[in-house]
Design a binder for this molecule. Structure first.
Ligand SMILES: C[S@@+](CC[C@H](N)C(=O)[O-])C[C@H]1O[C@@H](n2cnc3c(N)ncnc32)[C@H](O)[C@@H]1O
Length: 504
């Protein structure tokens, strides 16, 4: 487990890596904590090194989009190149690991048509790889029931049941997901049963996963849901529902494919607190949903930080940093010029609209209004239009900007109209939106470079969150085997790092 000069094979190495990240990030807290809707209003670009911004404002869009992946251009200022390279060296590497070499007994087998029905390419890849990893972990710790935590529509759970023949419990907070999982499993089981009848093998058809609908909010809840004996103070859950279904082994392996926010953390804590849980395989996501202790709140067992080492450093991320940790370098580099341009234009519109609110609706601005969904709808609408009108990929950002000034001004007006309606504000007829747009437009070419430099911090922030989880496990001593591995192809599934821990 290594990135350049940093590695995380031991607790002290992990702590060293974490400390290097924190030291590096300190001078960039202004960038991390920036709320980009205030880009024009607060002239946010002025806080960034002037040489960086004047160089990047003329840079080709395709090169701007590559900054989060660590790609620099020769003519850039040395300090900018250094910034990008250092971020890269502090980020946990994402190239897919050669699983056969690092894990014993992993054999990534293709999914049959019936099992992969309904999955897109990304999901199929994730489930194909993760099911083989989980199965190899189960085989190495001895017969266990797999608990798929945050199971969604049960894709992973069904492959583990029907292809790998493990006993599986699928837990999700959404009853709709539970129903879809049951219905899908019934269809798959019918198919397998008929195949077995035809082959005359006499083998028993594997059981479908047992589904449980519950919002898991603590280790106590997860422990009780998995039928582990409860402590006196544990929560009283519907035991009748939990005892239904096929007989389960009392040894458990917890698996989570993109278990959101605190759910991944709860899995790791349950593994630590519960002897019956022999192993855990966790791939997290939605770091924006992590709970975090702030100066105002006391947060018992927060999602971040988990490790004693990081707690002792007194470092906190904050909401904007947690949001930023969700940015993925692969997503940026694969965005393409049209989508990239639309993205930056949308950010410009939102930031210019903030100027409108600041001037004319200061009382609305004070409530931190969100027009997020409207923004997404607007982007989709623009993407549809872009598909209808093919653009010249070779065109430089400057040329595009010049040509489209009038067009963007009217698009900005449309954006404002839908934003007003989203905020239930009347649109005053006397507002000169073109004047506000012209005021902002002089700086719109800075928003892409600014966002891109900011997004480049995302992989390092995600690394910090992952290293904290890893160190939490390493702090428990030598009784565990712990590893952190990028198991998916990052171009298909950028949130690809699995934390795998087993009791020895
Ligand atoms: C990102 S989805 C992943 C679904 C599935 N593992 C997959 O990859 O297809 C996260 C799932 O976790 C569920 N979830 C989120 N928080 C939860 C909680 N606290 N307890 C149980 N399920 C939760 C959501 O309903 C959602 O289905």
């Amino acid at each position: 487990m290594k990135s350049g000069k940093y590695s995380c094979n031991t607790r002290s190495e992990t702590l060293e890596w974490i400390t290097a990240i924190i030291d590096f990030l300190k001078p960039f807290s202004f960038l991390i904590n920036a709320h980009v809707v205030n880009f024009f209003k607060d002239k946010q670009w002025e806080a960034v090194d002037e040489d960086w911004m004047s160089c990047l404002r003329n840079e080709k869009l395709e090169n701007i989009l590559l900054i989060p992946s660590g790609t620099v251009q020769d003519h850039w200022p040395a300090s900018l190149k250094d910034f990008v390279h250092t971020l890269r060296s502090l980020s946990f590497p994402r190239e897919q690991a050669d699983l056969q070499t690092v894990l014993s007994d992993v054999n990534v087998a293709p999914l049959s048509t019936v099992l992969s029905q309904g999955m897109n390419l990304k999901k199929k890849h994730e489930v194909e790889v993760l099911s083989s990893v989980v199965s190899s972990v189960v085989n190495s710790v001895g017969e266990s029931t797999v608990v798929d935590v945050g199971s969604g529509q049960g894709y992973l759970a069904q492959v583990l049941s029907f292809q790998y023949k493990h006993s599986v419990v699928a837990i999700d907070s959404s009853s709709h997901h539970g129903n879809v999982t049951d219905a899908r499993a019934a269809r798959i089981r019918k198919h397998f049963a008929s195949q077995m009848r035809k082959s005359g093998s006499g083998n028993k058809c594997p059981d479908a996963p047992t589904t449980i609908t519950c919002r898991v909010l603590s280790t106590e809840m997860l422990k009780s849901l998995t039928n582990v004996p409860l402590e006196e103070n544990d929560l009283d859950l519907d035991a009748a529902a939990l005892n239904e279904g096929p007989k389960r082994s009392c040894s458990l392996v917890l698996a989570g494919l993109h278990a959101c926010g605190d759910l991944s953390v709860t899995m790791l804590r349950t593994f630590m607190e519960c002897e019956e849980v022999k192993a855990v395989v966790s791939i997290g996501c939605c770091y924006n949903l992590l709970s975090e202790k702030t100066s105002e709140s006391s947060c018992y067992k927060c999602g971040f930080p988990m490790s004693a080492g990081l707690k002792s450093l007194g470092f906190s991320l904050g909401k904007n940093a947690r949001d930023l940790a969700c940015q993925s370098a692969e997503r940026w580099s694969s965005l393409g010029e049209d989508a990239g341009l639309q993205n930056f234009e949308l950010h410009s519109f939102r930031a210019a609209f903030q100027m409108v609110l600041s001037k004319h609706y200061p009382e609305v601005l004070a409530t931190s209004p969100s027009i997020g969904r409207q923004g997404k709808a607007f982007r989709r609408q623009k993407q549809r239009k872009a598909l209808e009108t093919p653009s010249k990929l070779e065109t430089s950002r400057k040329d595009i900007d010049k040509k489209s000034t009038t067009h963007t001004s009217s698009s900005f007006e449309k954006f404002c109209l839908s934003a007003f309606s989203r905020l239930n504000l009347e649109h005053p007829q006397d507002l000169d939106l073109t004047a506000t747009w012209n005021e902002a437009n002089a700086f719109t070419e800075l928003i892409g470079p600014y966002w891109s430099i900011r997004a480049a911090l995302g992989p390092v922030l995600e690394t910090l969150i992952l290293l904290d989880r890893l160190m939490f496990l390493q702090e428990q001593g030598d009784s565990l085997e712990v590893s952190m591995l990028p198991i998916f192809d990052p171009t298909l599934s950028p949130r690809n790092v699995a934390i795998i821990a087993k009791r020895l």
